[in-house]
Design a protein around this ligand. Structure first.
Ligand SMILES: [Fe+2]
Length: 181
C-alpha cells in the first residue's frame, strides 16, 4: 500500500497536474479536446485513490484500529435492507468485482434516486458518477500483486478486514442527505 500510494497514486497526480497545465495553456478547442482523455484518466485516478485511502483503517483483528467493524447504525441498516446481511454484500461484491475484465474499480454506491445501496463497477480509472460512492475498492492488479500475486479473490477477501465502515457511514449519511460526493 505504501508503494501503491507513493508511486501509483503519485503518477496520476503528476500526470493530472501536467494535463491541467497544458489545458490552461491550450488556445484552441481542438487542443482542449485532445486533453480530455488524460484529464479523465488521471483525474479519475486521483479521485478514486483519494477515496480508497480513506476507505481503509487498520484492522480491528490486529487490535490497532476499527477496520472491518460495521457497527449498528444507518449504514448497517441500509446494507441489511439491500443485501440481507454484510456477509451477503461481501459475497456479491467480491463475485462482481472479481469478474471485472482488465482494470477497474468495485463500488458500494448509493443510488441517488432510490436511496438504496447497490454494487457497481467502473472500468479503468473512471470515477463513479451514477451513484454516490460509499466504499471503493481498487481492482487494478497493482493493488494486490505484491502480496497476493495473481489471486484476486484472496485480496478481495482480505480487503474487508480493513474497510473503514465509520468513514463509509459518514459518506452514506451525507449521500442520503443529498450531498454530491
Ligand atoms: Fe491503484
Amino acid at each position: 500500500m505504501t508503494l501503491h500510494h507513493t508511486k501509483h497514486h503519485q503518477t496520476y497526480v503528476n500526470a493530472l497536474n501536467a494535463a491541467e497545465a497544458a489545458y490552461a495553456k491550450a488556445t484552441t478547442p481542438k487542443e482542449r479536446i485532445a486533453l480530455q482523455a488524460a484529464l479523465k484518466f488521471n483525474g479519475g485516478g486521483h479521485i478514486n485513490h483519494s477515496l480508497f485511502w480513506k476507505n481503509m483503517a487498520p484492522s480491528a483483528n490486529g487490535g490497532k484500529g476499527h477496520g472491518g467493524v460495521l457497527k449498528d447504525g444507518p449504514l448497517k441498516k441500509a446494507i441489511v435492507e439491500a443485501f440481507g446481511s454484510l456477509e451477503n454484500l461481501q459475497k456479491e461484491f467480491n463475485t462482481t468485482t472479481a469478474a471485472i475484465q482488465g482494470s477497474g474499480w468495485g463500488w458500494l454506491g448509493l443510488n441517488p434516486t432510490t436511496k438504496r445501496l447497490e454494487i457497481v463497477t467502473t472500468a479503468n480509472q473512471d470515477p463513479l458518477l451514477s451513484h454516490v460512492p460509499i466504499i471503493g475498492v481498487d481492482i487494478w492488479e497493482h493493488a494486490f500483486y505484491l502480496q497476493y500475486l495473481n489471486v484476486k479473490a484472496d485480496y478481495l477477501n482480505a480487503i474487508w478486514n480493513v474497510i473503514n465502515f465509520e468513514e463509509a457511514e459518514q459518506r452514506f449519511i451525507e449521500g442520503t442527505g443529498g450531498a454530491k460526493l
